[in-house]
Design a protein around this ligand. Structure first.
Ligand SMILES: [Zn+2]
Length: 363
């Protein structure tokens, strides 16, 4: 089998780029269908309309909040009525995934505009589908990556710091999952083996987090886009995006998917749960204590959860944790890309041990 690396056709990141959105997307079509949240509309609606010069070939539809089959079908119906020919998703991960799915079914170009840097979803040829109540359902693999990913640093810098931190949690998994996938010679989401290029980006992603993460978090708390913020936006979005998709996913994301079944974790962001999944993966691998401590100290420095209690799981029961372990090991889950066989009993043990390591660190 071949090695394959995939990426969006164009990645644009800069200060004030949302004001120039029309110039960036105009060549893709004539009529633009924008999926956006209500708060996103309040924050960016006017800016986008002004960029298009109030020409009226722009239709805004408010997102219902979940990337589910029902929501995708609802949006497709409206898009067909409006006769739009380009889909633009403006907002966070669930809006991006929804926009990509709608564009795929309608066979149209798609532009992804992250207004936060909280996941590595924007660049990928992948939509994660959830049920209407927010439980992980399945991955929808798309034949191509977005035509354009456009990020305005200023919008990310004005978002709550917790979102950028969650993005760092998602990006934290990239290197460790790519390393595991490469060592097991697993097929990645790109449909082939891991390239050296994807591995290099995944490693750069991890190094950028360690070097710039805390500086970026402190800057964004002051709502200013410094160089460190710019570098972390790139790490969370581009490096992690290419890194996970063409580098490979493994245990950390599968364990995250298991945690989505636990009601108490629903108010935590994807990346916050993924970060804990990284710790669990490192325990599964029996990684060096130095490496585990490096990850614990990074998570602690920027405020990512390192214990079950910090994942909002106040009462730890065998039943509950076994359910997470079982779900993370279902056939087809990326945990089977680990370089050794993983059972639900081992995941159960690793979750409790990761929690104990986190609590030990907190002492
Ligand atoms: Zn992720």
């Amino acid at each position: 089998m071949a090695k394959i690396v995939i990426s969006p056709s164009k990645y644009i990141q800069g200060n004030g780029e949302l004001n120039r959105i029309k110039d960036h997307v105009n060549h893709l079509g004539n009529s633009f269908f924008v999926i956006i949240s209500k708060s996103g509309m309040e924050r960016f609606g006017q800016k986008i309309k002004e960029s298009f010069g109030n020409e009226g070939n722009l239709y805004f539809e408010i997102f219902n909040g979940e990337c589910s089959k029902n929501e995708i079908n609802r949006l497709r119906k409206i898009l067909e009525e409006k006769k739009s020919d380009v889909v633009i998703g403006i907002g966070g991960g669930k809006i991006h995934d929804t926009a990509k799915a709608v564009a795929y079914y309608e066979k149209m170009p798609v532009v992804i505009v992250p207004t936060i840097a909280s996941t590595d979803a924007p660049c990928s040829a992948l939509s994660v589908l959830y049920t209407d109540d927010g439980m992980f359902e399945e991955y929808l693999l798309l034949p191509k990556n977005p035509d354009i990913v456009l990020i305005d640093n200023e919008s990310v810098a004005n978002a709550p710091a917790r979102l950028l931190v969650a993005g760092m949690g998602d990006a934290l998994a990239t290197y460790f999952e790519a390393r595991a996938s490469k060592s097991s010679n697993s097929k990645t989401m790109a449909g082939g083996y891991t390239t050296e290029a994807a591995m290099a980006l995944a490693k750069l992603c991890y190094d950028t987090l360690l070097n710039e993460g805390l500086k970026a978090k402190l800057a964004i708390e002051q709502k200013v886009p410094t160089k460190a913020v710019e570098n972390i936006i790139e790490a969370n979005t581009y490096l992690s995006g290419i890194g996970f998709e063409s580098g490979g996913l493994a245990a950390a994301h599968a364990i995250h998917n298991g945690f989505t079944a636990i009601e108490e974790t629903h108010n935590l962001y994807h990346g916050e749960k993924v970060a804990f999944g990284v710790l669990v993966q490192l325990v599964l691998e029996n990684a060096d204590l130095d490496e585990i401590e490096e990850v614990l100290s990074f998570c602690d420095s920027i405020g990512l959860p390192i214990t079950l209690e910090e994942l909002n799981i106040k009462e730890v029961s065998k039943e509950k944790i076994m359910e997470v372990a079982e779900l993370s090991c279902v056939p087809g889950e990326t945990i089977h890309n680990m370089p050794f066989e993983v059972t639900k009993e081992e995941v159960y043990a690793a979750i409790l041990t990761a929690d104990a390591l986190g609590r030990e660190y907190r002492k």
